[in-house]
Design a protein around this ligand. Structure first.
Ligand SMILES: Nc1nc2c(c(=O)[nH]1)N[C@H]1C(S)=C(S)[C@@H](COP(=O)(O)O)O[C@H]1N2
Ligand SMILES: [Mo]
Length: 262
């Protein structure tokens, strides 16, 4: 009798049932919280890799989500926290300039500039500012915070970093743990975990208050990463690289928190 009772309540779910159940829960959560971030992930769904045999009988969209679950959810959980945004009317007109490390050389020529992407396959991709401007535009008004103790509501326009990576088919680069950014002269540099880099509010910005960036604010292209303190918002991006180890970081080398998240 004892055995029978046991059997009835403890009939174990098959692995497949467990997977299905988890997939439904995860996917439901995903839709509820990040419908807006969905577009940025569409490339994941185009990825050719399928784990054969693991997800039999699961409906197609769920199967794809499950197969990509590691990358997908690692990013999804950080992406579900959006930074607060404000109406444009709240944005500062007189935008602070904090520091100019790596961007104070007078002979820098904006018109000779390219963004250099060091891809994980060893190739170098050079992208012009016109190409970047031709890609889908996005804008954000948020409270920019500097570790030195000031903050200001600012309005930035550019291209989502995730859309950039998607457009140039840098899927393999996104699988790395970190992204490193440096000024063209290599004098200021930051490292970011991929989760924050592909956050839907992280932007390669080329406009401030609707006008092209000034040199002081990082022309021709700077990073705007609202989930981080100002120190990570690198002005005048020259190179972008990808790695599984932490890229060098100017302020981390000087004792600041490497993560510098908000
Ligand atoms: N190249 C470069 N980027 C940089 C810095 C810098 O000195 N050099 N300072 C950082 C810091 S500490 C802050 S608070 C923001 C300030 O951006 P802003 O000058 O546009 O206000 O830029 C960040 N990006
Ligand atoms: Mo800062």
């Amino acid at each position: 009798m004892k055995n029978l009772f046991h059997k009835r309540i403890a009939k174990p779910l098959t692995v497949e049932q467990q997977i299905k159940r988890r997939t439904f829960i995860s996917f439901g959560t995903f839709f509820a919280l990040s419908a807006g971030a969905f577009a940025g992930w569409k490339w994941l769904y185009n990825s050719p890799k399928e784990v054969a045999g693991v997800t039999g009988n699961v409906r197609a969209p769920l199967r794809r989500a499950l197969n990509k679950s590691e990358l997908f959810f690692r990013n999804f959980f950080s992406n579900s926290h959006l930074v607060r945004t404000y109406p444009k009317s709240r944005a500062a007109i007189d935008v602070r300039v904090n520091s100019m490390i790596g961007i104070d050389d007078e002979n820098f020529k904006s018109d000779k500039w390219f963004l250099n992407i060091k891809s994980t396959d060893g190739s170098l991709l050079k992208v012009s500012i016109d190409e970047i401007r031709s890609l889908p535009k996005t804008e954000i008004v948020f409270d920019f915070k500097c570790v030195e103790g000031w903050d200001q509501i600012q309005h930035w326009t550019g291209l989502k970093l995730i859309d950039f990576l998607d457009h140039y088919h840098l899927e393999d680069c996104v699988k790395k743990k970190y992204i490193g950014l440096e000024t063209p002269n290599g004098k200021y540099y930051v490292g970011l975990e991929m989760e924050s880099a592909v956050h839907p509010q992280t932007i390669l910005a080329y406009e401030m208050n609707g006008k092209p960036l000034s040199i002081k604010h990082g022309a021709p292209l700077r990073l705007i990463i609202p989930v981080k303190y100002g120190i990570k918002n690198l002005k005048r991006i020259g190179t972008m690289s990808f790695s599984d180890t932490r890229p060098r970081d100017y302020w981390a080398e000087r004792g600041y928190d490497y993560y510098s998240g908000l």
